[in-house]
Design a protein around this ligand. Structure first.
Ligand code: FA5
Length: 364
């Protein structure tokens, strides 16, 4: 083929293609049809325009700029028309989506299956905290990994008190950057009374505070677990008396089990209170009148259920927290949340609360 023949063939090829591509693109009803029409022109092997462009290799160098410009110009028009139609199709598809009804509004909604909820211990914790919040208590939290002095020493536990025994307590090894064990004694707190020390050391009276959270002991039977939850509450002010403590706990018992719930105090011993007491709540699961007391397994036929320890904060503890023991006094109380949850729901073993069997948990 002579040089001029090649240019002639290109001109004829472009003329034959003409602007048929415009109507072909316009006729494409969707993106796939448009891409097919595009491939007919510019497909790698069989595209009609590709074949014309292939003729460029026979064009003499002197004629190449002009011929190349013509071919490129044609190709650019094809590509521009293709892109424009692609955009139009996308716009048309989007507006059809927007205009059309994507779903049947008359179908009933799908209700999510098996929605989760708070664990019964945490539900009970929140209900208990709400009662104290309504009585005017401030809610705080304290650390689970604690210094020995906040868990025992400042609470006036004598060094040889059985509760401080290694058997009852999970000690934590603290290592320095050199890997060597440090001397400072750190443990998983055995009760929430550590928050008493922390709060009383950092605030000035008057204060009324409650705190809830996990505590740890070497305990394991039907009613005792190595990890369980406690709530601790305390008040420090001038002129606080045992009558105030009794008033708060009576209001708490009524908040928990309803108006008229009875409570009673029995003398007891905790190193950080003087005097100390255990509080029982009148059994709400049975009554003498209908004879159900004789069968009651919750109160073991006594009519009373032990729920918490309490007392007047020992002046020595106030002193450890730099509170003037001659001016201020206070009371404190603490109880296990699992125990309250077990009583509330009639749960026979504390283990059920920690096995996390969905068949059990779904009942709450
Ligand atoms: C205390 O822990 C005191 N800090 C409570 C206190 C606070 C007294 C303020 C006075 C003033 P105690 O060891 O009795 O007391 O525990 C309190 C409650 O925690 C118990 O009545 C019981 O309900 C619960 N409890 C104790 N050990 C376990 C355990 N291993 N598993 C589940 N609950 C437990």
């Amino acid at each position: 083929m002579s040089v001029s023949d090649a240019v002639f063939a290109i001109d004829r090829g472009l003329a034959e293609l003409g602007d048929a591509f415009r109507s072909a693109f316009a006729a494409a009803k969707d993106e796939q049809a448009l891409r097919d029409a595009h491939a007919e022109l510019l497909g790698k092997k069989k595209g009609a325009l590709t074949r014309v462009m292939a003729l460029m290799r026979d064009v003499a160098a002197s004629e190449r700029p002009a011929a190349g410009a013509k071919v490129n110009d044609f190709k650019e028009q094809v590509e521009a028309a293709f892109e424009a139609r692609l955009r139009d199709l996308a716009v048309a598809r989007r507006s059809a989506d927007l205009r059309g009804r994507p779903f049947d509004l008359t179908l009933p909604g799908r209700v999510p299956e098996g929605r989760g909820h708070l664990h019964p211990v945490l539900q009970t914790r929140d209900d208990l905290l709400r009662i104290f919040r309504d009585l005017g208590f401030d809610i705080v939290s304290g650390p689970e990994v604690e210094l020995e002095e906040n868990n025992f020493t400042k609470l006036a536990f004598p060094p040889d008190h059985p509760a401080t025994d290694m058997q009852d307590t999970f000690w934590v090894g603290v290592h320095g950057p050199d890997g060597a064990q440090r001397d400072g004694r750190v443990l998983l707190r055995t009760h929430t009374s550590n928050t008493q020390i922390r709060v009383m050391s950092s605030r000035k009276p008057p204060m009324a505070v409650v705190s809830a959270g996990p505590v740890y002991r070497r305990d394991d039977d039907l009613t005792h677990s190595p990890m369980f939850h406690q709530i601790e509450g305390f008040v420090v002010d001038e002129g606080v008396s045992m009558a105030d403590l009794k008033g708060v706990l009576a209001a708490f018992a009524e908040g928990l089990y309803g108006p008229g719930t009875r409570i009673r105090f029995r003398p007891s011993y905790f190193p950080f209170v003087e005097p100390g007491a255990e509080v029982d709540i009148g059994c709400v699961f049975c009554s003498e009148a209908d004879g159900s007391r004789a069968r009651c397994r919750v109160c073991k036929q006594t009519g009373w259920v032990e729920v918490l320890g309490c007392g007047m904060i020992h002046p020595e503890v106030l002193e450890h927290c730099n509170i003037d023991r001659t001016r201020y006094g206070g009371f404190a109380f603490g109880f296990g949340i699992e125990r309250i949850a077990m009583l509330r729901y009639g749960i026979p073993s504390i283990k059920l609360l920690f096995e996390n069997d969905p068949r059990f948990l779904s009942q709450f």
